[in-house]
Design a protein around this ligand. Structure first.
Ligand SMILES: C[S@@+](CC[C@H](N)C(=O)[O-])C[C@H]1O[C@@H](n2cnc3c(N)ncnc32)[C@H](O)[C@@H]1O
Length: 369
């Protein structure tokens, strides 16, 4: 089959939801300026609660009862299995945001209309579900200024990091169109791209990790910090703060290399006091805020800056190795088979992520050496 192209109905939201099956609930939500994501999450719960009388019934029935995103990991699981990965912090903060969003809706809206928004429907557990659905299925429509939408049925497509094909709104047919970037044989699985996401981001939102070495967009957040015992600590921190940075910053290390901003930060960290006049230009380059990109040319610091990055890689690698080796031996007692299977799955996902992230660090070390 040559390039395939399929058309789907209008998205179920954005431009703002037009129809709520429960009009009264829709009317209340429209009176408050609720941003797209919480509005859609509430819409999904409202439609799901109506069973037969929602026009999205068959779509909602086909949605997973428990989406696979990290929203469903407990804090203990996150702490235990993602201890070495920067995704741990992102997961904690995302879960906090979802809880905060639900609390805000409850306090501002739901509690004022208890008959329309009963606690047994509009509760945290259902919001965890609806946000899990949004994180794992929402589509950004480029030709609608990046608006987000749920696109029933088209969201059944699985992701491949190797394809470059997306869903988008097509003005002429007024529908959502999917155009593949390659030919498929009849019966072959067609893939879509969820975007150029790292394996950690895929785990965070979609609950899976691509097979090791198959994600060309993979990256790991790399944390670097000023040395507190540096005699120019104060001056360096001042330069960083002036350009919106702090004493610890994360930069993405990619399978394809690292950003110049990281190198600029490393130059600043290792600069001796006699280079105090250059601190500011280094901070500008590290913040990527300069109008022109100054060439980072400090040959006298090259070796030290690379050694600094190498040392940070090494200490990060140690954390991953400690986790991976510890995880091998730890036998946990599970209460039942379901729990045992869940533990096995989460551990495997965490393991795959750690191996992928550690691989990027090894690669960076290799590039420097
Ligand atoms: C938009 S849905 C895709 C349809 C999904 N397979 C379903 O049946 O509902 C996203 C979910 O599909 C699964 N998924 C998508 N691509 C995948 C992949 N390459 N490997 C493993 N799971 C994948 C993940 O569970 C993810 O949360």
């Amino acid at each position: 089959m040559e390039r395939s192209c399929s058309s789907c109905p209008r998205p179920s939201s954005s431009p703002p939801i037009r129809e709520w099956s429960n009009r009264e609930v829709g009317d209340v939500m429209k009176r408050y300026s609720v941003p797209d994501w919480p509005l859609l999450a509430t819409y999904l719960i409202s439609e799901a609660s109506l069973e037969g009388s929602s026009k999205w019934r068959s779509y909602i029935d086909a949605l997973p009862r428990q989406p696979y995103s990290l929203l469903y990991w407990t804090r203990t699981e996150i702490d235990a299995y993602l201890v070495a990965s920067p995704i741990r912090e992102r997961a904690i903060s995302r879960i906090g945001d979802v809880i905060g969003t639900y609390n805000d809706l409850r306090d501002r809206i739901f509690s004022k209309y208890p008959d329309l928004f009963p606690e047994k429907v509009y509760n945290m557990e259902n919001f965890r579900w609806s946000f899990g659905i949004l994180f794992s299925r929402l589509v950004r429509l480029e030709s609608m200024d990046g608006k987000v939408a749920l696109v029933p049925w088209a969201d059944m497509l699985n992701h491949s990091p190797e394809v470059d094909a997306f869903l988008d709104y097509d003005k002429s047919s007024q529908g959502i169109v999917f155009t593949t970037d390659r030919s498929y044989q009849p019966g072959e699985q067609v893939f879509i791209s969820y975007g150029k996401k790292s394996s950690g981001e895929l785990l965070l939102s979609y609950g899976f990790v691509p097979k090791e070495g198959t994600n060309p967009n993979d990256s790991v957040e790399f944390l670097v910090s000023l040395n507190k015992s540096d005699e120019c600590y104060k001056e360096k921190l001042q330069a960083l703060k002036k350009h919106g940075l702090s004493e610890s910053e994360s930069f993405p290390l990619r399978v394809t290399g690292w950003p110049v901003e990281l190198m600029a930060y490393a130059f600043l960290v290792v600069s001796p006091p006699e280079m105090i006049q250059r601190f500011e230009e280094m901070a500008v380059a590290a913040s990527n805020k300069g109008s022109s990109k100054p060439a980072l040319n400090y040959p006298e610091l090259d070796e030290q800056a690379l050694q600094f990055i190498l040392d940070c890689c090494e200490s990060s690698i140690k954390k991953y190795t400690k986790y991976l080796e510890g995880a091998k031996g730890s036998a946990e007692v599970s209460i039942n088979t379901k729990q045992a299977n869940r533990t096995l799955l989460l551990k495997q996902l965490a393991r795959d992520l750690c191996i992928s992230e550690r691989r990027i660090l090894y690669r960076s070390q290799y590039d420097i050496a």
